[in-house]
Design a protein around this ligand. Structure first.
Ligand code: ZN
Ligand code: ZN
Length: 357
């Protein structure tokens, strides 16, 4: 991971807005420094770095951070004093507006940086994070492999009639057994009528033969997320509509993946998916966006949706996940995580897409 390169790119990006940027979003701190602790702040200036945290993390910072950063370990007051002393020579101090609470901002404006101009910044680090380097793509691939392996291992279990909650637990533990540190978000197992709710939470309902089951899950591997949805039927589907829904969503998802390439609008991917589902008469049953960026966060930029103004770039990692939800028939969603390349994309999630599990 080229942390020094990331810091340099941030310095170039922030120069027009602020002289010093106080990074308080911990995913951003991790991205810039490699420090994975649960508390800390990073002050980035044109020529140096100050990283603060508390006594739990002194050893960890020494192990994880390879950058030439000044480190302050102490109680919150000592961390604040170090940041204030360090930022004193700067007029424009940037805060990450999306990660600072109103109460924090008021305290910082009145007590921390009373003589400076506080600048609310948006997405300075997040925009850098949109383009993944090889090390990041390798971690997302490893996460996707954990999830693929878990599903392959557990397909037969579906035929034993587990509850949604039991199957979700089995997926989560199998991903961990394969090297994941956990699920990348709360695993969705939505069977029969529950499949019509896109973000259904697993219940004690038993998975029955012949019904559709939406499985949406991912692994977390060394801080990076994967995200995949497969819809399966346990045995041949009993509802003829299920087959038609599946075929339409499968074609829609393939059209979306085919529309992904560097230089193309994220909106084009959404349109490609929506056209197929609309032509089948189910446009209003595709009730969510087509996809999202994936990285340190399970949902990050760029967005892939009907209002997205983002242009895809090589190194973006995004999902393509159209779905159709009909209360009387259940739901179908198919989702892959892909990395954008110059002439298309490479699919990182590779579980088969046969309807019958
Ligand atoms: Zn998903
Ligand atoms: Zn997703």
């Amino acid at each position: 991971m080229d942390h020094a390169g990331r810091v340099e790119r941030l310095r170039a990006a922030m120069a027009s807005e602020c002289d010093a940027l106080l990074v308080t979003n911990l995913k951003n701190v991790r991205y810039l420094t490699g420090f994975t602790g649960s508390a800390g702040m990073l002050l980035v200036t044109a020529d140096d770095l100050l990283l603060t945290s508390d006594g739990r993390y002194g050893t960890q910072i020494a192990e994880q951070v390879r950058l030439p950063a000044q480190v302050e370990i102490g109680l919150p007051g000592a961390q604040r004093d170090a940041v204030v002393a360090h930022a004193k020579r700067f007029q424009r101090v940037g805060l990450e507006a999306a990660s600072v609470t109103w109460a924090q901002q008021r305290s910082m404006a009145a007590e921390w940086f009373a003589s400076a101009t506080l600048v609310p910044t948006l997405g300075l680090v997040e925009r850098l994070r949109e383009v993944k380097d090889e090390g990041e793509v390798a971690r997302i691939q490893a996460a996707a492999d954990c999830a693929d392996g878990a599903l392959a291992h557990l397909r037969a279990l579906l035929y034993e009639g587990p509850t949604e909650a039991e199957f979700a637990l089995a997926l989560d533990s199998e991903m961990r057994r394969r090297g994941a540190t956990g699920p990348s978000f709360e695993t969705i197992v939505a069977s029969g009528p529950n499949g019509a709710k896109p973000h259904h939470r697993p219940t004690a309902r038993r998975i029955e033969r012949g019904e559709l089951v939406v499985l949406d899950f991912g692994a977390l591997f060394d801080g990076y997320c994967s995200d995949m949805t497969r819809t399966v039927s346990v045995g041949e589907p009993t509802d003829p509509m299920a087959l038609r829904m599946y075929e339409v969503v499968r074609q829609s998802q393939a059209a979306g993946v085919a529309a992904v390439a560097s230089g193309r609008g994220a909106l084009d991917v959404d349109t490609a998916c929506r056209e197929v589902i609309g032509a089948a008469g189910w446009g209003s049953a595709f009730v969510h966006g087509t996809g999202h960026g994936v990285g340190l966060d399970i949902h990050e930029a760029p967005a892939v949706g009907s209002t997205s103004a983002d242009t895809l770039a090589a190194g973006n990692v995004v999902t393509v996940e159209p779905g159709v939800y009909l209360p009387e028939h259940g739901g179908v969603r198919i989702e892959d995580t892909v990395v954008v390349t110059a002439d298309g994309c490479r699919i990182l999630t590779s579980s088969p897409k046969e309807l019958v599990a």
